[in-house]
Design a protein around this ligand. Structure first.
Ligand code: NAI
Length: 255
């Protein structure tokens, strides 16, 4: 249905959460998943689970904030499979702190992983996609790019930056047949949200507030975000570039 057979997809942050769900889904649809993560053991586990399911996957350790590590990821992928069709630039970290309490080191680290990391991944794969005259990049941004919560300003800034970067890259490389889009997950049941809740002054109350603000009344499953990523990455989205798709249970539709 999605014509993923023979395609090679690089997924950053593939050891956990949304990236892991996406890796499993792409592989189930016939793609070869290159599961990249700073947690190499976790990436290996994701790849092994895919192979046990009969899919095709390899794990590669990668720290997206480091240019040499990201370039090695792209080069190794091409050396192993001869091509690189899809990048799911998904790895990120979260920080729950009020703006002025955020240290310069925290600000820089957050931007290095979330924004520079996406830039580096795109920079490494785009020349390969240009040679193929085709490629698709999906970046995981966030509802925080549009409307945020208290104590999330630095994270929100990186997520807004990803959205702006996505638009610029979509224009720069449309003529090369490369599409670039963002998925905008709502609150999704992953470690990232569990850590966010745990860092709240009253986690139970914060969870009630979070759920109460979601029109569909529940967290997303990572697999539900992965479905949208698969669509955006696929040829069925051939005329979609430079835009974002919210998968948020109606969160951003509200006044
Ligand atoms: P997660 O914490 O489960 O997964 C993030 C993955 O990124 C982890 O496997 C982690 O090891 C990896 N990672 C972190 N730093 C890295 C680095 N320097 N290099 C390589 N890999 C690194 O979190 P989740 O929720 O699956 O997050 C995935 C994406 O979804 C992130 O971009 C996040 O900002 C975004 N997002 C998540 C939402 C949620 O409610 N869970 C909502 C909106 C956006």
């Amino acid at each position: 249905m999605w014509n993923m057979t023979g395609k090679v997809v690089v997924i950053t942050g593939g050891a956990n959460g949304i990236g892991q769900a996406a890796a499993r889904l792409f592989a189930r649809e016939g793609a070869t998943a290159v599961v990249a993560d700073i947690e190499q053991d976790g990436a290996e586990q994701t790849a092994e689970a895919i192979r046990l399911d009969g899919g095709s996957a390899v794990a590669l350790g990668c720290d997206v904030e480091r240019a040499d590590s990201v370039q090695l990821l792209a080069d190794t992928t091409v050396a192993m499979f001869g091509r690189l069709d899809i990048l799911f630039a998904n790895a990120a970290i979260q920080l729950t702190k009020a703006g002025a309490d955020t240290t310069l080191e925290e600000w820089d680290h957050l931007h290095a992983v979330n924004l520079r990391g996406v830039f580096l991944c795109c920079k490494a794969v785009i020349p390969v996609m240009q040679r193929q005259h085709k490629g698709s990049i999906v970046i995981t941004s966030s509802g925080h790019a549009f409307a945020t919560y208290p104590r999330c300003s630095a994270y929100a800034a990186t997520k807004g930056g990803q959205l702006a970067l996505m638009r610029g890259l979509a224009l720069d490389y449309a003529a090369d047949g490369i599409r670039v889009n963002c998925v905008i997950p709502g609150a999704t049941d992953t470690r990232l949200v569990r850590n966010y809740l745990a860092a709240s002054p009253d986690p139970e109350q914060e969870k009630r507030r979070l759920l109460g603000g979601i029109p569909l009344g529940r967290l997303a499953a990572p697999e539900e975000i992965a479905e949208a990523v698969l669509f955006l990455a696929s040829d069925r989205a051939a005329y979609i570039t430079g835009t974002s798709l919210a998968v948020d249970g109606g969160l951003l539709a509200q006044a």
